[in-house]
Ligand binder design. Structure first.
Ligand SMILES: *Cc1c(COP(=O)(O)O)cnc(C)c1O
Length: 377
């Protein structure tokens, strides 16, 4: 019998499927645990916007209809928000779909994409699936992207550069001066992808908003998503802002109905829910301060984060992840990201954060001498 593996590119046969954060139902099924705290996928702990939920309920009776394949109304609304023509907005089934489509368009065997070490694994998976090569550039010692080294890594065969700002899983950002210098150095034929999935969480004033650098000459693609601060990860909606020649190509290769009808109406309503965004930012800022304080108290090294998650060094990351599972807390092990001593923890509601810290103390054996039955933390 011929194996299907023999019929595809060797790089594709060697791939392993993306491992998402462990779903709550799976932990309950496998470990019989009541209600685990899921702090593994950088989801919004405040839930979805009530305005988005109401819009979905109102649209349910039209589910027999195909969605608007051009997401006309939603796309125009996003375009107005960013003050760009609607032709420069491309809607994707999550920004992950757009990452895949960009690789599909611009990469093939013999060509390469430049990425940073310890960045979003989807970049690597998409590149490998195309048969193209990834040129992986190490981070600086402070775990920030080394944009000078990334620019230097670009060669004749480079077609794409992927930048996460903030980066997942480090939570670090690159700043305006480095970014401007990078833009000067990148040749015009290279597509620069600025993945800004955590844009709204950033507090550093020196953070560059890549939308300000669309000058019509560069091939710059800015990616944003409704999965994180807007709390709509389950709907799968993200978008790109790019030159019209790029959005036209993306539109030619996407599925005709890639954004569901419910996704379109929910995002259109949820976009305006500024109260929900404010509440989310408050939960995140408070939770982040708490986690930094507690990790500090426990002597665990962590990276200051500009996003809604934090990377913390715990020793054997995978072992700690498994022990935390048995305590009913789901975090993300980082072996797949080349960080076997770390776990990534999403900021949750305050009771979820407290539960995670208490479980981590039990797992690491640092609560010795304290009687957990009487401890209020
Ligand atoms: C979560 C995340 C995304 C968003 O993915 P969606 O497909 O929009 O849900 C994109 N990039 C990074 C780095 C992320 O962490």
């Amino acid at each position: 019998m011929i194996k299907a593996d023999e019929l595809v590119l060797p790089a594709v046969a060697a791939l392993r499927p993306y491992e998402p954060g462990k779903p709550i139902e799976e932990v309950q099924r496998e470990l019989g645990i009541g209600e685990p705290a899921k702090l593994a996928s950088n989801e919004n702990p405040a839930g979805p916007s009530p305005m988005a939920v109401a819009a979905i309920k109102a649209a349910l009776n039209d589910l027999h209809r195909y969605p608007d394949g051009s997401s006309w109304s939603l796309r125009h609304k996003i375009a107005a928000k960013h003050r760009v023509p609607a032709e420069r907005i491309f809607m994707g089934s999550g920004s992950c779909e757009i990452l895949n489509l960009l690789v599909y368009l611009f990469l093939r065997p013999g060509l390469n994409a430049v990425i940073a070490e310890h960045s979003f694994v989807i970049y690597q998976l998409a590149i490998a699936a195309s048969g193209g090569a990834a040129k992986v550039v190490p981070l600086r010692p402070d775990y920030v992207f080394d944009l000078d080294a990334m620019a230097a890594a670009i060669d004749e065969r480079t077609r794409l550069v992927f930048l996460g700002n903030p980066n997942n899983p480090t939570g670090t950002i690159y700043r305006k001066a480095e970014w401007r210098r990078f833009l000067q150095r990148v040749p015009e034929r290279v597509v620069i992808v600025a993945d800004e999935a955590y844009f709204e969480f950033v507090r550093d004033f020196d953070y560059p908003d890549s939308l300000e650098d669309h000058d019509g000459r560069r091939m710059l693609v800015t990616l944003r998503t409704f999965s994180k601060i807007f709390g709509l990860a389950g709907l799968r909606v993200g978008y790109a802002v790019a030159r019209e020649d790029i959005t036209r190509l993306l539109n030619s290769v996407r599925q005709p109905f890639n954004i569901t009808s419910l996704g379109q109406v929910a995002v259109e309503a949820g976009m305006d829910d500024h109260e929900h965004v404010r509440r989310t930012l408050k939960i995140n800022a408070d939770g982040m301060a708490y986690l930094e304080r507690e990790f500090g108290r426990m002597g665990l090294p962590f990276l200051p984060s500009q996003a809604n998650f934090i990377l913390v060094e715990v020793g054997d990351g995978h072992a700690v992840y498994e022990k935390l599972l048995r305590e009913g807390v789901i975090v993300r092990p980082m072996n797949g990201y080349g960080l076997p001593r770390h776990v990534r923890v999403s900021v949750g509601l305050s009771e979820e954060n407290r539960r995670m810290i208490a479980a981590l103390e039990r797992v690491l054996g640092r609560a010795a001498g304290r009687n957990p039955g009487f401890s209020k933390n």
